[in-house]
Ligand binder design. Structure first.
Ligand SMILES: [Zn+2]
Length: 258
C-alpha cells in the first residue's frame, strides 16, 4: 500500500492501469537531449521499457480525513468503452484498487478532476461511474475548453444531477484539501494541495508527466495546450517545495529538491 499521512489526513495512491505512451517519447519532449533522457531514466527507470518506449502509470489519489468521506483526485482511464479507449489500456481497475485500500465506492464524496483529458476522467463518466453520488469538481476554464467534446456525456449529465461543481481559483474542497490553479497543460488545469501539521503534499495531475520535467522543469511537453504557461505553473509548484503525488511516473510519491 502506497500511502502518506499528514496528521489526520491520508493520501493513498491507487493505480488504474499502466501501459505504453501512444507515440515515441522523443516526440512528446522534442527539446530533451540524450543526456537529459539518461538522467531521467536513472531517476525513474520504471518509466522506460527495454526497447526505449515511455511506460506510464495511470494513477489517482484518494484523500481521506480520519475515517471521513474520501476525495478522489482524478478518475483514471476508466472502464471498457471509456473516452480513453482510443489510446489507453481500458478497462482500468480503479474500483478494485480502491477496495484493496479499504475504500468503498460510497465513501467517495467528491472527485476532483485536475483537467479534462481522457486518461483523468474515465471513472467519472456518469453513464458508467461506480460513484453516482459523488460531486465532480471541474475547473471552469476546462469546462469551456472541452465543452464541444464533453458537454453531452459528462458536463450535461452532471449538471442535471446537481453533481457538477465548478472551480475558478483556489478553493477548499474538504478539510485540509484545496485546489490550486496551475494552467498550461490545459487552460483550467488545477493541482490539489493537501496541508497538515507535518507539511504539504501536492497532487500534480499533469503539471509534470515524466521525471525529465522534474529534473528539467523548463522542458516543454508536446501535449501541453500552452507550454509557456505550463512552464510557469510547474516552476511555481516546484519552488514551493514539499512532497509531490504524481499521475504517470514509476513511483507515486516524490520529494522536490527543497
Ligand atoms: Zn495524464
Amino acid at each position: 500500500m502506497l500511502r502518506r499521512a499528514l496528521g489526520p489526513l491520508t493520501v493513498t495512491a491507487v493505480q488504474d492501469a499502466e501501459g505504453p505512451f501512444f507515440e515515441p517519447r522523443e516526440r512528446a519532449f522534442p527539446d530533451a537531449t540524450p543526456a537529459q533522457w539518461a538522467a531521467a531514466d536513472a531517476f525513474d527507470p520504471a518509466a522506460r521499457t527495454a526497447d526505449g518506449r515511455w511506460w506510464l502509470r495511470f494513477r489517482s489519489f484518494a484523500i481521506r480525513y480520519a475515517d471521513g468521506p474520501v476525495t478522489l483526485v482524478d478518475a483514471g482511464i476508466g472502464p471498457a468503452g471509456a473516452p480513453a479507449k482510443s489510446w489507453a489500456p481500458v478497462p482500468g481497475r480503479l474500483p478494485d484498487a480502491l477496495a484493496e485500500a479499504g475504500i468503498a465506492p460510497g465513501d467517495v464524496a467528491a472527485i476532483v478532476l485536475t483537467h479534462l483529458h481522457t486518461d483523468h476522467i474515465g471513472w467519472a463518466m456518469p453513464a458508467t461511474t461506480p460513484f453516482p453520488q459523488a460531486r465532480v469538481v471541474v475547473p471552469k476554464a476546462d469546462l469551456a475548453a472541452f465543452a464541444a467534446v464533453r458537454e453531452a456525456d459528462l458536463f450535461g449529465p452532471l449538471r442535471a444531477a446537481g453533481r457538477l461543481e465548478v472551480t475558478d481559483g483556489e478553493r477548499e474542497i474538504a478539510s485540509g484539501v484545496r485546489v490550486l490553479p496551475t494552467p498550461g497543460h490545459t487552460p483550467g488545469h488545477q493541482c490539489v494541495v493537501v496541508s497538515g501539521p507535518e507539511g504539504r503534499l501536492v497532487v500534480t495531475g499533469d503539471l509534470l508527466v515524466h521525471a525529465i520535467q522534474l529534473l528539467h522543469p523548463e522542458l516543454g511537453y508536446a501535449h501541453d495546450m500552452d507550454a509557456g504557461r505550463a512552464r510557469v505553473s510547474r516552476a511555481s509548484v516546484l519552488a514551493a517545495g514539499g512532497e509531490l503525488a504524481v499521475s504517470h511516473l514509476g513511483t507515486p510519491f516524490l520529494r522536490t529538491g527543497r
